[in-house]
Design a protein around this ligand. Structure first.
Ligand SMILES: [Zn+2]
Length: 219
């Protein structure tokens, strides 16, 4: 049982996320991020499986086959895409998992969470590219809504290429300010409203840029 070490890890992680959230104007989320990790159902498990170099949830999974701490956590914390999974009534998979779009402010918090987790576990080897590389390692299986995926990838890549200053500034002043008629932020929810010429153009833009991305990836 390493309760004190686990307590320090959680508290340090929360501090990093809080700093990130404050930089993009998300004060309430910065203060309340991951508070459920102090609940006994998460804290005691975390302390029992504490390792320091990776999430204790994986150690619990290795031990009993699943992580009870994670089940408790993801159902209460909106910055995890797993919180936003419903089940589907329709084809292709009736009863299957249905990812729903995450609200922008939780997408922003998720990005801060990923940055903080990489910083904690990678220490001195962390760079602005780390969150994007970590994402790529686990990319395919993640059941993300296209809107969530598009934004998450956009910001992780922006961070890798342009650094924190510019990325956080964009999140705060463009992404969270709803001045997003400008490319490349295509709001997928607008699709429902119709198939106007403007939406058609935006869709084309996204398709073309995705094709370019794929070409770059293949190289
Ligand atoms: Zn969390």
């Amino acid at each position: 049982m390493r309760a004190w070490a686990h307590f320090k890890t959680i508290t340090h992680h929360r501090k990093l996320v809080r700093e990130g959230c404050f930089r993009v104007g998300l004060y309430r989320q910065g203060l309340t991020h991951d508070l459920s990790k102090y609940f006994p159902s998460e804290f005691l498990i975390g302390a029992k499986y504490f390792q320091g170099t990776r999430s204790p949830n994986n150690a619990e999974r290795e031990d009993i086959g699943y992580s009870s701490a994670w089940l408790h956590h993801k159902g209460r914390n909106k910055h995890h895409y797993e919180y936003w999974i419903d089940y589907s009534l329709h084809a292709p998979e009736p009863g299957g998992m249905l990812p729903c779009p995450m609200p922008d402010r939780y997408i922003a918090e998720m990005i801060m969470d990923r940055i903080a987790a990489c910083k904690t576990y990678q220490g001195d080897t962390y760079t602005d590219k780390s969150p994007w590389e970590y994402y790529l390692e686990g990319k395919d299986p993640a059941p993300l809504h296209p809107y969530t995926r598009k934004n998450l990838e956009f910001f992780l890549r922006m961070l890798a290429e342009k650094g924190e200053e510019e990325t956080f500034d964009y999140i705060k002043n463009v992404f969270l300010k709803k001045e997003r008629k400008l490319l490349p932020h295509f709001d997928f929810r607008k699709r429902k409203k119709g198939f106007g010429r403007k939406n058609f153009k935006l869709r084309k833009y996204i398709e073309i840029s995705e094709r370019k991305d794929k070409k770059i990836d293949r190289r």
